[in-house]
Design a protein around this ligand. Sequence first.
Ligand code: AMP
Ligand code: GLY
Length: 421
Amino acid sequence: MKVLLIGSGGREHALAWKIAQSPLLTTLYAAPGNPGIATVAENLSLAVEDHDAVVAFSHDNAIDLVVVGPEAPLVAGLADALRAAGIAVFGPSASAARLEGSKGFTKDLCARYSIPTGAYRRFTEQAPALAYLDSVGAPIVVKADGLAAGKGVTVAMTLDEAKAAVRDCFAGSFGAAGAEVVIEAFLDGEEASFFCLCDGETALPFGSAQDHKRVGDGDTGANTGGMGAYSPAPIMSEAMVERTMEEIIRPTIRGMAADGHPFTGVLFAGLMITDKGPELIEYNVRFGDPECQVLMMRLESDLLPILHATATGTLDRVTATWRDETALAVVLASKGYPGSFETFTPIRALPENSAESRIFHAGTALRDGQLVATGGRVLNVTGIGADPASAQKAAYAAVDQVAWDNGFCRRDIGWRALTRA
Ligand code: AMP
Ligand code: GLY
């Protein structure tokens, strides 16, 4: 099978690493890829925004499956263009990608199909939004409707904070993404990420994880794209997974199909496990980053036939098996992230990959033969072990062998799982 992988992050390096192990694979291309991905794939300088170019490349090279990593090309309709040209693609259509692209769309779907989520209202004007805040009080959550690079959400503990967030959105802080605002009830509980593959009809549970969104130890400081993750999330017991499938995932899949936009690809549910059970915070229409890295470390099955089955409506014919171990990823980021940071700082040494640990590249590049950091989140150092403590030990042992002066990481990834044990 010839595969084209779209993306350049740690998530895509983990997918590439796993796909490359498949006996079914003949050639793996990545666009644009990164230096880590280049060790298992041929990186292409293909403009991913140019859908015609991606379709033409796929045709000319007899690509059997395109795997789309990030959300932006999905929301932009890359999967539609490929499907229209008869090319199998892992990833949803633009209309199904609205589950991530529009929070209002998802909330309306939840309301129509009785999917548990925080009570909400949608607003396109400031005055009624402020009046609504006065009527409901704090704590309350204010969200820009569209994609805002993870920055459009304010969990407001006071009414003043909530009002400031509404004013910010309507003042254009998030551009078009903030032209509509969703105000949502505050949910109290423990968060978990749950993944499920869908081929439009069949849904296959595909693991759980917990992310660490704050930049600092002890979950302090600014929100980021994720500073570390581990899998499985202990709170996602078999019973909790079944409840989530029954109350949230299956109604979503049925609803999306009934509404005329069947969902194919990976559905990533951000959950709050409250006193009442699992409630939906948000959907993403792609794998989490760095959650994907820990899932791939634990996946025993060959990934490629599973992705292909998802893309071709035959998911009922495959199963997934997992290592009964914990995987844990520590993100090494450029000093200053998530604010401004220096780029092209040299990474002088990386540890060898081993049975216990593995490095996935995110924001790296090669410059005159020297590995350099080009992004905010740069390396994902991943460990695996019998329990959270040994996975954490393996990950940090590898972290300590990275020679990169401008890098930093949290030192407490996995704390929740460790305090639980
Ligand atoms: P989102 O971008 O929707 O994932 O939101 C970012 C973070 O805000 C989530 O991971 C939660 O920690 C928090 N959050 C979002 N919605 C709620 C809610 N209704 N109640 C409590 N926390 C929330
Ligand atoms: N790590 C969170 C995300 O990928 O959305």
